[in-house]
Design a protein around this ligand. Sequence first.
Ligand code: KIV
Length: 269
Amino acid sequence: MVKSADSKIQPVDLILYKSRGEKIVCLTAYDFRTAQIVDSAGIDLILVGDSLANVFAGCNNTYEIGMTEMVYHTKVVSRGIKKALLVADMPFLSFQVSVEEALKNASELLKAGAKAIKLEGATELTLKIVEKLTEIGIPVVGHLGYTPQSAGVLGIGKVQGRTQSSAQDIFEQARSLEMAGAIALVLELIPQELASQITQSLRIPTIGIGAGLGCDGQILVIDDMLGKTDLNLKFVKKYLDLEKEMRRALLAYASDVRSERFPEENNSF
Ligand code: KIV
């Protein structure tokens, strides 16, 4: 793997993973300590996703956060990273308005510590934005299939690309994003066969979430895979039941305080 002087994984390295058949392991993170732990576990790519809105801030959708929140959390997460590639999401309406607006906001995320930005969809304007950002040296990760910023139109959490024509649309959008200069593509909630076809037809890597094994990498929202959220999502594998573990610890603490078993002698001065 090619490393920069500070030995962080670089955006251009992603394509090397694909050419070597090495899977790209990705997770989201929203805070410093989680980023440190995720980074030290050898996760290749950390995304400050706009899932921040739902997962961290308790919003019902991703519309409720903007550049202020994304810049803040990107800074916070970037302090915890020694090696992983940090990607930050362009939040709702931070790029859908104009190339100029997209450029201004993408550069804010870069200044906050992101090494690449991610944006959803492949409209004519989005493709122009990807071209422009790439031209001036800002690496872009695309995001196709289920795109949460369009949940109002697509239907919340609805698998995309099930019909032949919508599958064809996603396939063509993927090709267009690659042509426009995207360095990788997140494929969310699409049939595994479609994701595999896209993956095989692209030079750039695909990172799946609910898109099957055929992608070049996988991403999950960290709170989902650690079992901190109370959602039961088919595409998530829970590696820990953090909610249960936290409850157990919290009940033990409350009981210790109430029965004067905490603080103990060795917690006191
Ligand atoms: O916002 C996010 O966390 C994402 C991932 C689920 C891919 O876009």
